[in-house]
Design a protein around this ligand. Sequence first.
Ligand SMILES: [Zn+2]
Length: 382
Amino acid sequence: MSVFDELVGQQHIITSLQSAVAAAASGEESQEMTHAWVFTGPPGSGRSRAAVAFAAALICPSGGCGTCVDCRTAIAGGHADVEIIATEGLSIKIDEVRDLLARVSWAPSVGGWRVVVMEDADRLTESAANALLKAIEEPGTRTVWLLCAPTLHDVLPTIRSRCRHLQLRTPSAADVAAVLARRDGISPAMADFAARASQGHIGRARHLALDESIRSRRSTIMKLPFTLADTASAFKAAATLVDLAAEEAKAQAEVKDESESTELAQAWGQGATGRGMATGGSKALKELEKEQKSRTTRMIRDSLDGALLDLATLYRDVMMVQSGITDILINQDCINEISALAQRIAPEATVEKINSIMSARTNLSYNAAPLLTIEALMCALA
Ligand SMILES: [Zn+2]
């Protein structure tokens, strides 16, 4: 067993990581080990999982056995020498980086290394990135920086030029299905459906396989293109899509919001003396609420983006059918509707529709109003 077992379809980077771990353990200067790394890969390919596994392997006395207390606490996010920075907001600001640098300036408590995993290095503001850069450049440090981002271009040039780059691949549907069956005990048929539908996004595949409400929401969304006949139906479909995306995001956000608010209020003494929070507590709570609001906005946008990607796979399947291929459809469950649509529209129109979906995604990423964007899209699809 090894901490790297959980990485799906990433054998090409595991080899580099293992030689880095071996070099780090030897204590000698070597090309294989360096202090700053960037892990990139499409959403769901497991870039932060890979970074955390590497962190565990660096502090584990046996190079990442996956079973010792160091490995297990590192992976669970509770090891004193492994700091995992997961951002919920839209950006990582300079104050957060300064706090982080103050925390990690101490020598490692247990092993030879202190490791920081930054899950969303693409959200560093420029000033935050510059503060971080100074720490990365510091010679002789025992801190290893593992930065994660969707692509190398999302990381500021000054930072990425100091880091070694590892690119994760999108795992194949078969790889994802196998891991769902093995790790989560999901039936092969369900694992296969979820792996195809989520196109190599392991986390999404897992949720889809395990949560009936997510499956039913997805199936409603996937039926929308077949309801499009005129402008009225396009507007109705747009409203449904935006509502469902918001519903999914809010359901996730509420759970987090509530536990955070309770925790913060308790930290400020609420409930302890029966007198409510200490001075400063309500200000802190207001700040938290502001952050939570920005997170919900982001989650709604992410959820809408996921729905659009799903819709794009539907038209991709239509294109497949139009080219005479029917055995590798992503949405095998809608095969009849897809075939009917393939008969009704010209292949060029299918390409145009996929392009419309992709431009809607781009517009949303530039903060375009969601409902307006989706209305325009649905009219283009109708
Ligand atoms: Zn271990």
